[in-house]
Design a protein around this ligand. Sequence first.
Ligand code: HEM
Length: 531
Amino acid sequence: MDYSAFAFFRSYFHPLWISFLIATCGFFIIKTLRYHLMSVKSKIAKLPPGPKPWPIVGNLPEMIANNPAPMWIFKVMEDLNTEIACIRLGNVHIIPVTCPTIAREILRKHDADFASRPTTMASGIISSGYLTSAIAPFGEQWKKMKKIIVNDLLSPQRYRWLQDKRNEEADNLIFYVYNKCNNGDLVSVRLASQHYCGNVYRKMYFNTRYFGKGMKDGGPGLEEIEHVDAAFTLLKYIYAFSASDYMPCLRLLDLDGHKGKIKNAMKIMNKYHDSIIEERIKQWNDGSKTVEEDLLDVLISLKDVNNNPVLTKKEIKAQLIELMIATIDNPSNLVEWILAEMLNQPELFQQATNELDKIVGKDRLVQESDIPNLNFLKACAREALRLYPMAPFNIPHVSLNDTVVGNYFIPKGSHVLIKRSGRNPLLWDEPHKFKPERHFKNGESNIVLTEPGLKFISFSTGMRSCPGVKLGTTMTVLLLARLLHGFTWSIPPTTSSISLEKSKDDMFLAEPLVVVAKPRLPTELYNFSTK
Ligand code: HEM
């Protein structure tokens, strides 16, 4: 054997090479076996139980006859006594899931298999053709936008950078409610909460509270009310089971009127956003703007390695609309429900204010830095997430592969809908009762709003989970804390009790909570010169 042949032999039979070869072969053998196992399993496994579909239209007739669709789906599951079902709408398999164990199997074990989103009429319009992150199906565009949201908009440094803007809006909330009290007006908790969330959003992204002239009492003007209402309209219709999504031949007809409502709401959003975005891009291009002052500046200034803008104007516009929907809905809805529950259980008010007076005292306003110590308040927010989520189902996940879950076959392309509220009597005692103290049961001393066990869905888990945990928690808890620390709340004399009835066609309280607020802190704490 000459030297080169020996070297060849030595290099190819080096133990490292052999280990590498064994590992590679092992990997491919396991992958192939897993693939075969899955196809065998999927041949054996059956679809989850569900109502018998009609030819072509599937269960669409029943869905249309039983509005609202989510309630009908829950009823179908109850009648079938199942925690996972299969309902066929047109040729789409809808897989509703009400069981945390199966939810964990989907969002943890098979996370990558369920990492896509449906393409619907509404989501296509709202995201300008899937240019955004939450709505976009799995793919390069989703990866690009999610990375920007996580790294450039919601990073810990950015969160600290935006603190003054959030503080201004927390102060403005107190100022506005105080002015209402002083005028002897009742306070709409819904309006105050939604307005606070809208303000935080506008301040963070557009560096302004008002799109119009503004209001002296700190409240919303017509423009801000229109802006927030448009966002809630988009939210209401984005995944609203429009028949035309399952029967494309109906698309042109807009039979349920969803398309018209979405287009109107988009017109309003664009009316307020577009001119600001366009003017700002111009200012950066002509050099009249050089310092980043808000997140719109951040998005415009993102550059690739060749110093070209990372985002197009269209992408910025679409992403800002999606972020508005993502930011404002949950905190305002949760806080309205919490106050309604507290008005019916005054001892909860007492516990909350005891905590606030102990941690914060009465000679300053509650701040973001107090949140880690406000465990009872966080337990209230957690309890509201368990009972009163903003939507009946998590944002739909779409399966990218044939998969077996809970021993059932889930075909590629299925829309998986995981129930958000957690009211299973096997997991919760008195499941329908608002009992914040249940979250301290296991000696918990640091309450958080996340629920990785998916006993209810708060921020979800896995690849498509919410990147806004920190901001969402801060906005929810600070909104609640400011309202409870700054004011004593009571039922108007003309009302006997607060109804906890849920609205018929969405997840809000049926009637907006309009109640009496009285200042409970020294007068000087309410005097702000609002910006
Ligand atoms: C209390 C407040 C909030 C709650 C309860 C909440 C909850 C959720 C939930 C349940 C999802 C769906 C996860 C899934 O598909 O499995 C989600 C997605 C998302 N949220 Fe939030 N969210 C909150 C606040 C925010 C905020 C403040 C932002 C950003 C500023 C945000 C941005 C997003 C985005 C971009 C997604 C889509 C992620 C993806 O598809 O990859 N959220 N959120």
